[in-house]
Design a protein around this ligand. Structure first.
Ligand code: GLN
Length: 542
């Protein structure tokens, strides 16, 4: 079969769910029996997302191969179950870097190297590479940004060139926003019409419009968009707000989106099955019992929108685990700095069913997090620490259970007397040379689970692969002392003898992991650690 490509572009404004739309298109085509691949194109010069602040750009998603990517790759993985790697992530920076590398190596054989067509050609090469890697029949490519920005012109040019070469194999989907101004009370299509015209001026005609709005789109609006944007009315798809992102594929199918796409590609569906997905949505809607979970950390004062973006995989992993345990999550963001201002207020954590400390960097809010962990340990509140959360749990235990007052991570205090979390040897040079890009310990590493520990029981496996992103490490110099005081090592990386998991005995659930299990959670297959955290919560409540 000739490979097919679907470009997803954004109209009117950003943040209308282009990533979820892309993931959902992939999901519905997959459900019709097609092998899919997804690609995110980001317009910035950064080579990857690793050097961008999460409050600026949302979570940094880590691929199995260690790529530090846009959070949308996480959505793709959660929807399709296909692991994203560096092939699935393209930035302007990567494209130019490769073209310049080739130029320096004389690979253009003395020709002029031009912005057009050499830059679009490199973009096309990369898109095809992703499709090959995933053995995809249909590849869905999400263009970052919004139509009309200067930055995405060369990406649009690449798409236009692909369409010109194989008109039957390329289609364009615009995810656009349809405002309903409160004074007018009517859904307006004009901004979308303008976005479509703007795309026309880049030489591209849309095939589908996904109209994002608070409400479903009525027939009249569909007729207008069909007429003025030049597409059949059946290709104008209503995409109203939903309670759960996992509903989006089902809504698309109500509008027969996959059928229309396959028709356009002249492909016959091979099967059709979204049953399990529908079942999950039904279940989510019917859940009654709630668990109240605190996520403790810094960064939380920037407004709820940015916040949920910065920790999206953690939030989704918690949801998946709750659903499997038949409870609804009520997530509350707790700013650790307030425990520093008023130490007694840590008692307010008593109202939560569990405490989760996500990953992080730097010293802001850290003492407040450490007091929260102490509270969770002493009051036997189920606790899960992710990466930094694990390191801070080790610091807390060292200070309060092993007599090492002021024990710390050298990330926070380089001169600490008890560096229980130390910088990894190979990272020292990186730091001295300001070599920050893609130099952390990144991606999959194995963790051998130690028999008789909680971790071994939760995973029910001998070894697991988990994704990492860190520069600091449990200091083995303190291993025997901490063990003798009751710290349990649940898992280690044997190749380098690194502690990967710490836990406590005589506690309903207390686990800190050096890695990021949140990236391996799927809506129907929660991650074992998140699942067992919530299981312990439910058990305690009963
Ligand atoms: N700052 C810590 C480190 O670099 C933890 C990183 C994280 O939580 N991802 O090791």
């Amino acid at each position: 079969m000739q490979k097919k490509y679907i470009f997803v572009v954004g109209g009117v404004m950003s943040s209308v769910g282009k990533g979820i739309a892309t993931a959902s298109i992939a999901k519905i085509l997959q459900s019709k029996g097609f092998a899919v691949s997804t690609v995110k194109c980001d317009m910035y010069i950064n080579i990857d997302a690793g050097t961008i602040r999460p409050t600026e750009h949302g979570e940094v998603f880590i691929g199995q191969d260690g790529i530090e990517a846009d959070q949308d790759l996480g959505n793709y993985e959660r929807f399709t179950g296909i692991a994203s790697t560096r092939e699935n992530y393209i930035t302007t920076g990567q494209v130019y870097q490769e073209v310049i590398r080739k130029e320096r190596n004389m690979e253009y054989k003395g020709e002029d190297v031009e912005v057009v067509p050499d830059i679009p050609n490199e973009i096309i090469r990369r898109i095809k590479q992703a499709s090959l890697k995933d053995k995809a029949q249909i590849t869905i490519i999400e263009m970052g940004g919004t139509i009309g920005e200067y930055q995405n012109l060369l990406f649009l040019e690449a798409a236009r060139m692909m369409k010109l070469k194989n008109p039957e194999d390329v289609i364009f989907v615009m995810v656009s926003y349809l405002p309903v101004p409160s004074k007018v009370g009517e859904m307006k299509t004009k901004p979308t019409q303008h976005a479509v015209r703007c795309l026309n001026s880049a030489g591209i005609q849309v095939d589908f419009i996904l109209g994002r709005s608070e409400k479903p789109m009525d027939k009249k609006r569909k007729e207008k968009l069909s007429m003025f944007c030049g597409i059949p009315i059946e290709n104008v798809i209503s995409a109203p707000d939903v309670d759960s992102i996992y509903e989006v594929p089902i809504n698309f199918e109500k509008e027969k989106l996959s059928e229309r796409i396959l028709e356009k590609f002249k492909l016959e569906p091979k099967k059709s099955n979204l049953d399990d997905w529908e079942e999950l949505i039904g279940k989510i809607k019917s859940l009654k019992d709630e668990v109240k979970l605190a996520i403790v950390g810094k960064y939380f004062s920037t407004g709820s929108f940015v916040l949920s973006d910065s920790y999206i995989s953690v939030i989704e992993a918690i949801k998946h685990a709750c659903w499997k345990n038949n409870v609804k999550p009520n997530l509350i963001w707790v700013d650790s700095e307030k425990f520093e201002e008023n130490p007694d207020s840590v008692e307010t954590l008593g109202q939560y069913d569990a405490i989760i400390v996500p990953g992080g960097f730097g010293s802001r809010g850290v003492e407040g997090i450490i007091s929260s962990i102490k509270y969770a340990r002493e009051n036997k509140i189920p606790f899960l620490g992710l990466c930094y959360g694990m390191q801070l749990a080790v610091i807390e235990f060292s200070r309060n259970m092993a007599g090492m007052s002021n024990a710390n991570s050298v990330e926070i205090n380089p001169n600490t007397k008890y560096p229980v979390i130390d910088i990894m040897e190979e990272q020292k040079k990186n730091m001295q040379m300001s070599n920050y890009g893609a130099t952390m310990r990144l991606g999959n590493y194995s963790c051998s689970l130690i028999k008789g520990t909680g971790s071994h029981k939760y995973y029910n496996r001998e070894t697991v692969l988990e994704r990492h992103r860190h520069r600091y490490e449990f200091n083995n110099k303190y291993l025997d002392l901490l063990k003798s005081k009751g710290l349990v090592i649940g898992g280690i990386n044997k190749e380098r003898n690194l502690v990967e998991i710490v836990e406590l005995k005589d506690h309903p659930f207390f686990v800190g992991v050096q890695f990021h299990p949140e990236f391996n959670s799927r809506p129907m297959e929660p991650h074992p650690l998140f699942f067992n955290l919530i299981k312990s919560v439910v058990g305690r409540k009963q």
